[in-house]
Design a protein around this ligand. Structure first.
Ligand code: NAI
Length: 244
């Protein structure tokens, strides 16, 4: 028995990294879990996979309809699918801006829009968006990505304000650099992966990368009825980066 017994959770980007850890944690705590992603990526059998691209509104709506058809509703939405971008503003093309904002910001809005009618029918409705320390602090060489995550934090508060009277809570997590396949890809492409890892670890005040499980734990808290009086917050999971 778990605190998500009887609840249905939809996790976007649940095929990898933070999303995968979150899907596994919620499932272990009793939720029936659907994962929306570009690819199933060896998803455990007990989870429902719905293939969709968050930049394609029709595919998002079809995926949400498939989840509701299968599970009978949606209570928890973990809006987590996202992509990274490196470089300063001089290096970023318009196409890169539009692509990153389309996935990281408008993608979350598409998923929220498709899910809202179903969340209104839930007794424990919660949306948790994955923001980033990049949306809170100024990080070098992350101009486009930081702008997208700052927008996620502002969108989280606006969405919370719009839907609090409907009983739908909306919060975000703001992770520091986390040990996920995304960051491992970044390290692999660096000229000196070991030096790059050391630099990323040194940037975290607690001296190491954040684990995907630690972020999943924060997401689960914000998604669970235990945080029933919490809405419109951005919870840092960043090893103290925002505090210093
Ligand atoms: P990841 O690359 O391991 O996983 C991201 C997942 O999102 C993948 O399964 C990918 O297929 C999916 N995805 C990407 N674009 C999509 C699209 N258009 N439609 C549907 N699914 C799509 O990345 P990670 O590290 O787990 O990141 C997850 C979230 O956490 C992202 O929003 C990221 O911005 C955020 N984050 C990550 C941090 C890190 O250091 N890894 C730090 C702070 C925030």
């Amino acid at each position: 028995m778990g605190d998500f017994d009887g609840l249905v959770a939809l996790v976007t980007g649940g095929g990898s990294g933070i999303g995968r850890s979150t899907a596994e944690l919620l499932s272990g705590r009793g939720a029936r879990v659907a994962v929306l992603d570009l690819a199933a990526n060896g998803l455990p059998e007990e989870m429902l996979f719905v293939r969709a691209d968050v930049t394609d509104d029709q595919s998002v709506r079809d995926a949400v309809a498939a989840v509701v058809e299968h599970f009978g509703g949606i209570d928890v939405v973990v809006n987590n699918a996202g992509i990274g971008a490196q470089g300063d503003v001089a290096a970023a093309t318009d196409d890169e801006w539009l692509k990153v904002l389309d996935v990281n910001v408008v993608g979350m809005a598409r998923v929220a829009r498709a899910c809202l009618p179903h969340l209104r029918n839930s007794r424990a409705a919660a949306i948790v968006n994955t923001g980033s320390i990049a949306g809170t602090a100024g990080l070098p060489q992350r101009a486009v990505y930081s702008a997208s995550k700052g927008a996620v934090h502002a969108f989280t508060r606006a969405l919370a304000a719009d839907h609090i009277r409907e009983g739908i809570r909306v919060n975000a997590v703001a992770p520091g650099t986390a040990d996920t396949p995304w960051v491992r890809r970044l390290l692999d492409s660096a000229p000196d992966p070991a030096a790059e890892l050391a630099a990323l670890e040194a940037r975290q005040p607690h001296g190491r990368l954040v684990s995907a499980d630690e972020i999943a734990g924060a997401i689960a808290y914000l998604a669970s009825p235990l945080s029933g009086s919490t809405t419109g917050t951005v919870l840092a999971v960043d090893g103290g980066m925002d505090a210093l």
